[in-house]
Design a protein. Structure first.
Length: 424
């Protein structure tokens, strides 16, 4: 059997590991634009200089050798011929290794194909941003390399986007001693994962480190020099943010342009069923390219399911819970679980003490979301269980609502009619 995987990120590598554990002798080929396997979650440590390229890998060399994979690194896809079961690939300019780069275009045939190409950054359509030479996205190591190099000669860094990716970039640049301004339309930072209070805690820590924030603001214009570099970003209130380098962290798009015109069904993302199968026989997809989630653990779970099915097993992707995020900046750790979105009639419970800040959103007796920030993150696994399974906690917290922050698995034990312990 010949398995071909497009993408060597969280999903692609997990799928290869899983396939190899199921089929010792099958051929596995990975085609990836990246030259190096790397963790995107650690890109900020590369920017800051705390990690080098080798330390960014999440697949140790010995394991890579054991997996016995044929790699095409620095290659991109021009198209997938679903009738002839061929992937047409070509080397990215200046990237592919010398030997392979000599061949201009190659056809790679497959029996089973996994598309795990993740996503690319997105530059907002504000005047000048897309044409400028000094505007870079921050999703791939090769982009981080360019940013790190250009930052050497830059003093002022503007970051568009105060989500996790933008804040990661801000951290990396501040560690390098740069003057950083983060711009976002949202009024608080990391708004997708954190409520305003929890976001404000981080904002304060970043401000203490010299970071400036322009929140609730849109980029309305830019100033460009004669070399095509942006020298200032103009906000909708007229504020001018001086910059030598701009990092665009204002969104992502599935990296699936090469599928345009193919028979694989896409709707902004690759459409898959609960076996991670696309509409075309023997073609599967996993990770950010499917739009099912934007997190590392979920990309891996989807890849595992795809791999089983590529090897002829029958496995369903049912652990779809995607609303979990952890982060740690300046030693302040946060776990956020659930949608975090408040609705009318919700019961909101908040607590702040020397251990940190906590918030729970309860809807009709069921815990919808929780934010735990500070030193009290131990035993947080119980919250994922409660939220994911929509367990009613009304009885447990009726006498003391703060008990919502002291829940343990023991609260959900019960005994069945034979006296056995069971979970509620
Ligand atoms: C800065 C940053 C910080 C993050 N922090 C976290 C975090 O703390 N926690 C968390 O859970 N998630 C985090 N994420 C998100 C997480 O990294 C992604 O959810 C995860 O990497 C998705 O895995 P994937 O395999 O789908 O795609 P990726 O890991 O992005 O891998 C995509 C692969 O496809 C290849 N590829 C793309 N297009 C092509 C093509 N046309 N031809 C050939 N190869 C191609 C790429 O080279 C790459 O090898 C972060 C992301 C970023 C950018």
């Amino acid at each position: 059997m010949k398995h071909v995987i497009i993408g060597g990120g969280a999903a692609g590598i997990k799928a290869a590991e899983q396939i190899r554990s199921l089929e010792k002798d099958s051929k596995i080929t990975i085609i990836m634009e990246d030259m190096n396997i790397h963790s995107r979650c650690m890109l900020h440590k590369y920017l800051s200089g705390e990690r080098n390229t080798e330390e960014m890998s999440f697949l140790p060399k010995e394991m890579e050798d054991e997996l016995n994979i044929e790699f095409f690194r620095g290659y991109t896809i021009s198209s997938v011929d679903t009738d002839r079961k061929l992937v047409k690939i070509f080397p990215l300019k200046d990237q592919a290794d010398d030997v392979k780069a000599k061949e201009e275009m190659e056809d790679v045939s497959y029996d089973k194909l996994l598309i795990a190409t993740g996503s690319n950054g997105f530059i907002p359509p504000a005047p000048g941003l897309r044409e400028a030479k000094n505007v870079h996205c921050f999703r791939h190591l090769r982009e981080a390399e360019i940013i790190r190099e250009k930052a050497k000669d830059s003093e002022n860094i503007a970051i568009i986007g105060a989500g996790l990716v933008g804040i990661d970039a801000a951290y990396g640049m501040l560690e390098r001693g740069k003057k950083v301004t983060v711009i976002d339309m949202a009024v608080s930072i990391i708004p997708m994962q954190l409520c305003k209070k929890a976001g404000d805690m981080y904002q304060k820590l970043f401000e203490d480190d010299g970071c400036k924030f322009e929140l609730g603001r849109k980029v309305s214009d830019t100033k460009m020099d004669s070399d095509g570099n942006i020298t200032a970003i103009i906000l909708d209130n007229g504020t001018e943010v001086k910059c030598d380098l701009v990092i665009a962290a204002a969104g992502e798009r599935a990296a699936i342009r090469f599928l345009e015109g193919s028979s694989i069904k896409i709707n902004r993302f690759i459409e898959v069923d609960d076996h991670m199968r696309t509409n075309v026989k023997d073609i599967f997809a996993a990770g950010n390219a499917t739009g099912l989630s934007g997190t590392w653990p979920n990309a891996k779970k989807q890849a595992e399911v795809a791999a089983y099915n590529m090897c002829g097993f029958d496995k369903t992707y049912d652990d779809t819970y995607a609303m979990k995020n952890t982060m740690n900046f300046y030693g302040l750790a946060t776990l956020s679980l659930g949608s975090g979105k408040e609705e009318e009639g919700d019961r909101i419970i908040e607590q702040q003490d020397s251990f940190g800040y906590r918030k729970a959103i309860i809807r009709n007796g069921v815990l919808d979301s929780v934010v735990l920030q500070g030193k009290n993150l131990n035993y947080a696994g119980v919250y994922q269980h409660i939220i994911k399974n929509k367990i009613n906690i009304e009885d447990i917290i009726k006498d003391d609502e703060n008990k919502v922050f002291k829940l343990s698995f023991a609260d959900f034990y019960d005994t069945d009619d034979r006296g056995q312990y069971v979970y509620a």
